[in-house]
Design a protein around this ligand. Structure first.
Ligand code: MN
Length: 263
């Protein structure tokens, strides 16, 4: 079993070190991760500057690019083999609901999924790495069960896993969840720079809005590990018909003879 690990918090983040330590004896495990924190970089690829790969003394390879760059490069030439699983994380903070759109942790996993490799994104619900050992143990538990049941053969799939920041004995069993929704983000924060210019800082994510039973928010608030299978098709299938009808009305209007009133 060959496992590729990446993240978005950077190769030195405690979360990726804990994840590597938790998974390293489950197979051949390699780390290719961003040099710096790339949280909220989603699926961004670096197209207009060169990427370099360096190796840290612990064997981790790091890239001056995004999470998706790391997995992309690994899968398209760097590794020289196809991993059986891509695992991303463990992220410093939740990736629930709308977070998944912005998340570099999910982006790294999604890059594996887009290449047909099964992939998992792991996040802790609170920032600050509290009880990281428990999250790592939960990540190991899930990965070893997936391997034991040979679910990698049913590829590709993409799992988003959020683990409550609690001691191991307080973490409740895994729940399969849909994504919740957040309220719109907090206001942008402005400050004046030492040179008198206005600086803008992106505000915090909104609080949970849809945290109904069955969502990732609900499950983790209750102390459960939340597992959401994700897909990438953003098509609004329910509205295909609505838009087909609307567009045919536009076309009918355009084809109609001009009215008497003219212009
Ligand atoms: Mn992050």
């Amino acid at each position: 079993m060959k496992i590729l690990i990446s993240n978005d918090d950077g190769f030195q983040a405690p979360g990726i070190v804990a994840l590597y330590d938790a998974l390293k004896d489950l197979g051949e495990v390699e780390v290719v991760a961003p040099e710096h924190n790339n949280s909220a970089k989603s699926n961004a690829l670096t197209l207009h500057s060169p990427l370099y790969i360096k190796q840290a003394s612990n064997g981790f390879r790091y890239v001056n690019g995004t999470p998706a760059d790391c997995v992309h490069i690994a899968l398209t030439g760097l590794l020289g083999y196809r991993p059986d699983l891509v695992v991303s994380g463990i992220n410093d903070g939740a990736n629930m609901g709308d977070d998944t759109i912005y998340s570099g942790t999910v982006g790294a996993a999604m890059e594996g999924y887009l290449f047909g490799v099964p992939a998992i994104a792991f996040s802790q619900t609170e920032k600050g790495w509290k009880h990281l050992d428990a999250a790592a143990a939960k990540a190991r538990e899930l990965v070893s069960q997936l391997l034991q049941h040979q679910l990698a053969a049913d590829a590709p799939w993409l799992l988003n896993v959020n683990i409550p920041s609690l001691p191991l004995e307080q973490i409740k069993p895994m729940r399969i969840c849909r994504l919740g929704r957040r309220h719109i983000a907090e206001k942008v924060i402005t400050q004046t720079s030492p040179r008198g210019e206005t600086m803008y800082w992106i505000g915090a994510a909104g609080k949970a809005k849809d945290d109904a039973d069955g969502t990732d928010f609900h499950a983790t608030f209750q102390g459960h590990v939340a597992l959401t299978p994700l897909q990438v098709d953003l098509t609004d299938h329910e509205r295909l018909h609505y838009w087909a009808q609307s567009v045919s009305r536009f076309e009918a209007d355009a084809a109609a003879p001009p009215s008497k009133a003219g212009r």
